[in-house]
Design a binder for this molecule. Structure first.
Ligand SMILES: Cc1cc2nc3c(=O)[nH]c(=O)nc-3n(C[C@H](O)[C@H](O)[C@H](O)COP(=O)(O)O)c2cc1C
Ligand SMILES: [Fe+2]
Ligand SMILES: [Fe+2]
Length: 400
C-alpha cells in the first residue's frame, strides 16, 4: 500500500524509513532508524527529486508509481550520488527509461561509475543557475560542491519558495509518521541526532556549507526539503542558526566535555574529582567513557561544547586505543577553536598527553591549557590541588 505525504499541492514526499538499521554507512550507530526522502513534483511535466536507499526501495517505487498516477516520468533530478540516495537510481532508470536525468557533470560521471550507464550524452547537465521549467515550477540548480561530495547540487523552486537541500538539514532517526519538523518537538527530541548527523557527515566541510548558506541567503526560502529527516516549513531561522554555528565551528554551549579512557579506574577517578570540582564552581560538565561511547557521539559533543578535557592512560607507548581513535576522528572532522586540556596516566612512562595533543595538532585555532595532570597509576591525594587548579583554569577560560 502506498504511503506518501504532501509537502505542497504538487510536491509529494515519496520516501521511506528503515527502523532496522543499526549502523548507518558502516560507522554511525543508530538507535531510532533512518529516513530517506525523495519527492515527486507533479506539474505540466513530472519530476522525481532524488531516489532512496535500497533498504526502502519497495515502498519508494510503489509511492512514485502512485503519485505519477499513470503519467510518464519526465525528469529525475539527481542532487547527490551517495548510495544512501542513489542505490535505487538504476532501478528507476529501468522502470522509467524515458525520464531524462538532470544532474551536475560530476554526478553524470558517477552514474557511469555506479551503474555502468553513460548518461553524459542524454542527461541535462545542470550548472550554477541552470533553470528547469516544468510549467508552473521553475527549478533553479545551485551547485554545492563538497557538501559533502563533489557532485552535490541543491534545487530551488521559486514557485513554492522551496529548497530541495540534498543532505543539508538532514538528521539521523526515522520520524514516526511525521514529515514536518513542526509536527514534533524537534529541538527537544531530534536536535542531538541532527547535530550528530551534521558534524559526523558534513562537519569537515564547514567552509563549503558556509558558501552554500550564503547563496541560500539570497533566495526567498519558506520550505526546506532535505534528503533525511524532516521538512522545514516553520521556524527556519532556528535550524539555520544551528547550521551557521556548526559550519563556523562555533560552540553552541559553554561548558566542559570530559572524555576519558580508563582500564583500571585511575584515570576515571581523576576525571570524577575534576568533574565534581567543576560543578562546585558552577560549570556545566558532560562526561563520556570512550570505551563505551561511539566516536560519533564524542565528535558531536566536541562540536557542541566550548571546552574539552581528554584523559587517557599510556598504552604500549601510545594513547589508549579507544581514545586514540576518538581523537583521530575529531581531528579528521576538522574541529576548530576549542579550549582543550589533558590528563595522562601511566605506570612507568606516562606520555599520553603529549601524544593526544599531537593528534589534535592539525585542528586550527585550538587553545591548549598548560595544566596537564600526570597520574602515575592512581591519582595521589597530593594531586587534588593539580586537578583543582585545572578546574580553576577551565572556569577562568570559560569566563574570559
Ligand atoms: C596493554 C597496556 C599497555 C600499557 N602500556 C603502558 C606504557 O606504554 N607506558 C606506561 O606508563 N603505562 C602503560 N600501561 C599501564 C597503564 O597506562 C597504567 O597502568 C595506567 O595507570 C592505567 O590507568 P587506568 O587506571 O586509568 O586504567 C599499559 C597498560 C596496558 C593494559
Ligand atoms: Fe550524503
Ligand atoms: Fe544522505
Amino acid at each position: 500500500m502506498y504511503c506518501v505525504r504532501k509537502v505542497t499541492d504538487d510536491v509529494t514526499w515519496v520516501g521511506g524509513c528503515d527502523r532496522r538499521i543499526s549502523i548507518f554507512e558502516g560507522v554511525y550507530r543508530l538507535s531510532r532508524g533512518m529516513a530517506y526522502n525523495a519527492y515527486v513534483i507533479t506539474d505540466e511535466k513530472t519530476v522525481l527529486v532524488d531516489t532512496v536507499d535500497h533498504a526502502v526501495s519497495e515502498a519508494f517505487l510503489e509511492n512514485v508509481e502512485h503519485v505519477l498516477g499513470g503519467r510518464k516520468l519526465d525528469y529525475i533530478i539527481v542532487q547527490h550520488m551517495e548510495p544512501d540516495h542513489s542505490s535505487t537510481l538504476g532501478e528507476v532508470m529501468l522502470r522509467y527509461p524515458e525520464a531524462r536525468i538532470v544532474c551536475s557533470k560530476k554526478a553524470a560521471g558517477m552514474i557511469g561509475q555506479f551503474f555502468g550507464r553513460d548518461v553524459t550524452g542524454t542527461a541535462l547537465l545542470a550548472e550554477e543557475g541552470t533553470v528547469l521549467d516544468t510549467g508552473r515550477h521553475k527549478l533553479t540548480f545551485v551547485m554545492a560542491p563538497m557538501v559533502h561530495w563533489p557532485e552535490v547540487m541543491v534545487t530551488y523552486d521559486a514557485a513554492e519558495k522551496l529548497l530541495f537541500s540534498a543532505d543539508a538539514f538532514g538528521t539521523f532517526g526515522a520520524p514516526d509518521g511525521a514529515l514536518f519538523a513542526d509536527e514534533v518537538d524537534f529541538f527537544r527530541d531530534y536536535l542531538d541526532r541532527a547535530r550528530s548527523y551534521y558534524c559526523n557527515i558534513v562537519g569537515k566541510y564547514g567552509p563549503q556549507v558556509q558558501t552554500l548558506l550564503k547563496k541560500a541567503a539570497g533566495l526567498d526560502i519558506q520550505t526546506i526539503c532535505p534528503l533525511h529527516g524532516f521538512v522545514w516549513r516553520k521556524d527556519l531561522g532556528a535550524i539555520l542558526e544551528k547550521y551557521l554555528k556548526w559550519s563556523a565551528y562555533e560552540p553552541e554551549d559553554r561548558g566542559v566535555v570530559i572524555a576519558y579512557a580508563s582500564v583500571y579506574g585511575g584515570t576515571k577517578n581523576a576525571c570524577e574529582v575534576l568533574a565534581c570540582r567543576l560543578r562546585e564552581l558552577g560549570v556545566r560538565v558532560v562526561m563520556y567513557d570512550v570505551s563505551v561511547t561511539p566516536e560519533e557521539t564524542v565528535v558531536a559533543a566536541s562540536f557542541r561544547w566550548s571546552h574539552l578535557v581528554f584523559a587517557a592512560p599510556t598504552y604500549n607507548g601510545g594513547v589508549f586505543i579507544r581514545m586514540d581513535e576518538t581523537l583521530r576522528d575529531i581531528a579528521a572532522h576538522g574541529l576548530r577553536g576549542r579550549t582543550v586540556a589533558f590528563i595522562e596516566n601511566g605506570s612507568w612512562a606516562p606520555t599520553s598527553a603529549k601524544q593526544m595533543r599531537e593528534i589534535l595538532a592539525p585542528c586550527r585555532d585550538m587553545t591548549f591549557l598548560e595544566n596537564t595532570v600526570t597520574v602515575r597509576s592512581r591519582p595521589a591525594e597530593a594531586q587534588r590541588e593539580e586537578l583543582y587548579a585545572l578546574a580553576d583554569a577551565l572556569k577562568a577560560s570559560l569566563e574570559a
